[in-house]
Design a protein around this ligand. Structure first.
Ligand SMILES: C[S@@+](CC[C@H](N)C(=O)[O-])C[C@H]1O[C@@H](n2cnc3c(N)ncnc32)[C@H](O)[C@@H]1O
Length: 261
């Protein structure tokens, strides 16, 4: 006889209170596939067996959470967009301004907010700025605060910046304190938690890929409210805001949008 508990719907209901993650906001096809592939490789035949193991084994839970939230990142990921940011977007944003408030939403282990900090320190050295960096996953935030990285995190990083802003130690490349000081890390679920406001710049890249269309639209609306007038939203290379004309955001370059009113 079929076990009525062995369904995706049962699993996401049971997983929500344990994880704080409501998978109803994520596309079912992709998420179900990821969950089943993890269950198969760890030899759990049913959702209830798997949920029981998640409740009992915190190492398994952490590894599954990491598998679900996919936290791959890199310094200066998508080089062309970082060049546009440096040459076009930031100079315009800084016209008549001497300070900036920035937010990296879904920051993973810190590569994105630290890339923003390095860009400002290197090319806009008279600008005062602070960066809020948030993620749902406490484990990646811990890595971000430690600030130690491996060689392959720097595939898109100009060597002179690696040399200037990191120190090579026996653990890996340690980010310098002068960069660390510019970024504050905080745990936050973008789908359910309250947002701060007053941002001049907001990067949310490669985070919404698995969100449903409704969840994405709700998120972009909340992001728009968090931005100052003329503030910039920086999205990932596969993320377009096509069809979301009611947001009050105007495209100013590929993957950069500016708040109108
Ligand atoms: C692929 S990484 C992107 C990192 C960085 N933004 C980049 O583009 O390199 C996606 C991050 O989004 C985070 N994330 C996924 N769902 C989230 C949610 N609901 N709230 C906050 N962060 C979330 C994951 O934990 C993960 O660290």
């Amino acid at each position: 006889m079929l076990n009525p508990e062995n369904t995706y719907e049962w699993f996401i209901k049971a997983f929500h209170p344990k994880s704080g993650l409501d998978l109803n906001f994520y596309k079912q096809n992709q998420m179900q596939r990821r969950i089943l592939s993890f269950m198969n490789s760890h030899k759990y035949p049913t959702f209830p067996d798997f949920m029981k193991a998640l409740n009992e084994d915190s190492v398994l839970f952490d590894s599954f959470f990491k598998h679900l939230t996919i936290n791959v990142s890199q310094f200066f990921r998508d080089t062309t967009q970082w060049t546009t940011l440096r040459e076009t977007i930031l100079p315009k944003l800084l016209q008549g301004k001497t300070s900036l408030k920035l937010w990296s939403a879904g920051c993973s282990s810190g590569q994105e907010p630290y890339s923003l900090a390095i860009t400002l320190m290197e090319y806009f050295s008279h600008t005062h700025f602070s960066i809020l960096a948030t993620d749902i996953d406490v484990n990646v935030l811990k890595q971000a605060k430690d600030g130690v990285y491996k060689q392959n995190d720097f595939a898109s990083t100009p060597p002179e910046l690696l040399q200037k802003y990191f120190t090579l130690t026996d653990k890996g490349y340690q980010i310098k304190d002068s960069v660390k000081r510019q970024v504050s890390f905080k745990q936050q679920n973008l789908l359910t938690d309250r947002f701060e406001s007053g941002f001049d710049f907001l990067a949310c890249r490669n985070v919404v890929i698995y969100f449903t269309e409704e969840a994405k639209e709700m998120l972009y609306q909340k992001f728009t409210q968090s931005l100052n007038k003329d503030g910039i939203l920086f999205t990932g290379s596969t993320e377009h805001l096509f069809g979301m004309n009611n947001l009050g955001l105007k495209p100013v370059s590929s993957f950069f949008y500016q708040k109108q009113e």
